[in-house]
Write a new protein. Structure first.
Length: 215
């Protein structure tokens, strides 16, 4: 039998020729290829978000329970309480340290003032221990010590309040008495009875004064 006759011969099992079977096989392979291409195109067109969304839909996440939420709140509350305790301890340490430093600074200032006063003490001791019948010389020595004393106080910020021809100011003066004086205006300081002093702009003692009150 020739090839042409063999291909044209009917297949007794299927009732179709061998040529028809070959054609059918080719058509099936083409359909499979086309289906595969379509699937590949769909996959390529799908975004990662869509793929992730499909995965998420397939595996839903369970909502936190009331117990879980309560545990989270208790944990946050405990952390806040611990942080508050640490801040409170830090503030207490800072307060104690500041108070200690303040005392130490005050001690240093006092030591500096007293150190500057020692030469005055020595001069007073010399003046008292000297046998000198010269009253004028003794007076001049005391005046020198007094000047030295004033300079030492001024060095540490002490200043006398000036009351000459000044008006009464309750921030700097204390009226001890009121007097009449027709030559001066009311509220003018007539006389200073005791000096007032300022240290670095702050009044430590007001001046004791007489104030004019003609009315």
């Amino acid at each position: 039998m020739s090839a042409e006759e063999y291909m044209e011969d009917d297949n007794p099992a299927t009732g179709a020729s061998v040529a028809d079977s070959l054609v059918a096989d080719d058509v099936g392979e083409d359909l499979i290829d086309e289906s595969t291409d379509v699937v590949d195109e769909k996959v390529a067109e799908s975004s990662p978000e869509e793929v992730a969304g499909e995965t998420a839909e397939e595996e839903p996440v369970s909502e936190p329970t009331v117990e879980d939420q309560l545990a989270d709140l208790q944990k946050a509350l405990q952390e806040s309480d611990d942080r508050l305790k640490r801040l409170s301890a830090d503030f207490e340490n800072f307060r104690r340290r500041t108070a200690k430093e303040k005392l130490e600074v005050g001690d240093v200032v006092t030591q500096n003032i007293l150190t500057d006063m020692l030469p005055l003490l020595n001069n007073f001791e010399r003046a008292i221990g000297t046998e000198n019948n010269d009253a004028e010389g003794f007076r001049k020595g005391v005046e020198m010590i007094f000047t030295q004393f004033q300079e030492t106080l001024k060095k540490h910020g002490l200043e006398a309040i000036d009351t000459k021809d000044a008006k009464f100011d309750p921030n700097f003066h204390q009226a001890v008495m009121r007097v009449e004086n027709s030559e001066l205006e009311d509220d003018t300081i007539a006389a200073e009875l005791a000096k007032g002093y300022i240290v670095k702009g702050r009044v430590i003692r007001p001046s004791m004064v007489q104030v004019v009150a003609n009315g």
